[in-house]
Design a protein around this ligand. Structure first.
Ligand SMILES: C[S@@+](CC[C@H](N)C(=O)[O-])C[C@H]1O[C@@H](n2cnc3c(N)ncnc32)[C@H](O)[C@@H]1O
Length: 225
């Protein structure tokens, strides 16, 4: 898979790309991630990318020309163009699973007051990472990229994500490690029993219990939309 991220702040991605699982996935050539400064697609003086809003109001608005030129340069028949946007479809694990099927993602990071509305005509999908406002689309782009890359075959072991929260509309089961007794808080005996069938049953029941307690909405609705 190839992921092209269009941003005005490429340095924000330095740590993200150079640590842990994402770094390993890049080194193992399981994913190619390119950070592209879309300022370089500006046809204007001083590589201008934004301007004041028509009709007045606060902030600067990203202009169509640099963003659309960048999209048109990078896009192929295999691409899905994603606009990070608080007004978009709310991002979920089920969307991450869908995105994993694409060969090429182009993720556009907005900044400042947002985009010229006409940019929406040149993208395939608008994604929000939640009902709050960030200064830019860089953190959403990292969240989307991270959640998709960990699902690519070979990046992490399949059984590491198969029981993750949100699979089958359930939260993950509780996990423990050494010591068996921490300040009187004990690891459940069943996990020390070595009986894997009983452990699987216990974990499934715990998943249901936890979900009912913390996120009953997951069980009530079909969240795999
Ligand atoms: C300050 S925000 C603009 C918000 C815009 N004025 C609005 O109220 O819809 C600047 C950029 O950050 C990104 N952004 C902010 N919050 C986001 C969210 N919850 N999900 C996805 N992108 C977000 C988008 O790329 C957005 O264009």
């Amino acid at each position: 898979m190839k992921i092209d991220i269009l941003t005005l702040f490429p340095n924000m991605f330095n740590g993200f790309l150079s640590e842990s699982i994402i770094k390993r996935a890049i080194n193992d050539k399981l994913v190619e991630i390119n950070i592209i400064d879309f300022r370089k697609y500006s046809p204007f003086k001083h590589n201008q990318v934004d301007d004041t809003p028509y009709g007045g109001g606060a902030g600067m608005v990203l202009m169509c020309e640099p963003v659309v030129r960048a999209i048109e340069d990078l896009k192929t028949d295999d691409s899905l163009v994603i606009l990070t946007c608080p007004q978009g479809k709310v991002y979920k694990q089920s969307v991450a699973k869908d995105l994993k099927k694409y060969k090429h993602l182009i993720i556009v990071c907005g900044h400042y007051e947002g985009y010229d509305e006409r940019i929406r005509n040149f993208v395939d999908l608008e994604l929000s990472i939640g009902d709050y406002i960030l200064t830019g689309g860089e953190i959403p782009a990292m969240a989307i990229t991270d959640s998709v890359v960990r699902l690519i075959d070979g990046v992490i072991k399949k059984d590491s994500y198969e029981d993750d929260s949100f699979t089958d509309n359930l939260l993950d089961y509780p996990t423990y490690t050494k010591p068996v007794d921490f300040r009187g808080l004990k690891v459940p005996d069943i996990l020390l029993s070595g009986n894997h069938q009983k452990i699987d049953e216990y974990r499934r029941l715990e998943q249901i219990k936890k979900t009912k307690e913390k996120r009953p909405d997951l069980m009530e609705n079909n969240n795999e939309d």
